[in-house]
Ligand binder design. Structure first.
Ligand code: PEP
Length: 250
């Protein structure tokens, strides 16, 4: 069975103190037995403090981005080695906002995955189609191309990679893909991963759904075939909502 995961992507929200308060509220409200792995991805500026707070708890720290370069004269970049040295275990790569506003695609994303692999950080690799692409029936082709452009040729085990299907038209818009639409696309991704890595690895990689997941739709989405959890944006900024989403797995 693929591991069940709920990850919170705070994006460029919260100041450090607010981020710590949010983390404390999440930790304080978590039931002792969780039905899934929980990951928090704060902005870089709060990572160190959040990591210290999470140490020894069941919640794991993740970053929202990583440099495609290993080290050197790349002003403003944060390398995979730096993240690993801080204790980061997961990193989001290829989020649609990075693709849209920072023109990240293809080789850049592939190199980010290589950098993470070198230091043992697990990528949460995001794919998803725009509204125009869905309306013209290209969602499957778009997502398969995004996987093909960046994924490594081989994996040693299924826990080295997490994929997140995030239809761009559903991110931060309040429009959620229907459970059937999401499950259909997760099935397309699952088949591709099996084809790429074989069933013992490709069949076990966690595939998360992201796009306006809220407490009232999480349980239904998470009950669908091949939906192994969620990447949560807006609702991850509210501890009560995020906890309700985590509890949707119980
Ligand atoms: C996201 O940014 O990854 C996301 C899914 O955002 P939201 O939950 O706000 O749609």
């Amino acid at each position: 069975m693929p591991e069940k995961i709920v990850a919170g992507n705070w994006k460029m929200n919260t100041l450090p103190e607010q981020g710590l308060t949010l983390s404390e509220s999440v930790l304080g409200a978590l039931p002792e037995i969780l039905g899934c792995k929980v990951i928090l991805c704060p902005p870089f500026t709060h990572l160190d403090r959040v990591i210290r707070l999470l140490k020894g708890t069941s919640v794991l720290p993740g970053s929202q981005n990583v440099s495609a370069y290993k080290q050197g004269a790349y002003t403003g970049e944060v390398s995979a080695d730096m993240l690993a040295a801080m204790g980061i275990q997961y990193s989001i790569v290829g989020h649609s906002e990075r693709r849209q506003y920072f023109s990240e695609r293809g080789d850049t994303l592939k190199n980010k995955l290589v950098r993470l692999k070198e230091v043992g950080i697990i990528p949460i690799f995001c794919v998803g189609e725009t509204l125009e692409e869905r309306e013209s029936g290209q969602e499957g082709t778009v997502v398969l191309t995004q996987l093909n452009e960046a994924l490594p040729e081989t994996l040693e085990n299924s826990t080295e990679l997490v994929v997140a299907y995030e239809p761009v038209w559903a991110i931060g818009t309040g429009k959620t893909a229907s459970p059937e639409q999401a499950s259909e696309m997760h099935g397309v991704i699952r088949q591709d991963l099996i084809h790429r890595y074989g069933s013992s690895i490709g069949g076990e990689i966690s595939i998360l759904y992201g796009g306006s997941v809220k407490p009232d739709n999480a349980a239904e989405l998470f009950s669908m075939d091949d939906i192994d959890g969620g990447l949560i944006g807006g609702a991850a900024l509210n501890a009560a909502d995020f906890i309700s989403i985590i509890k949707a797995f119980k």
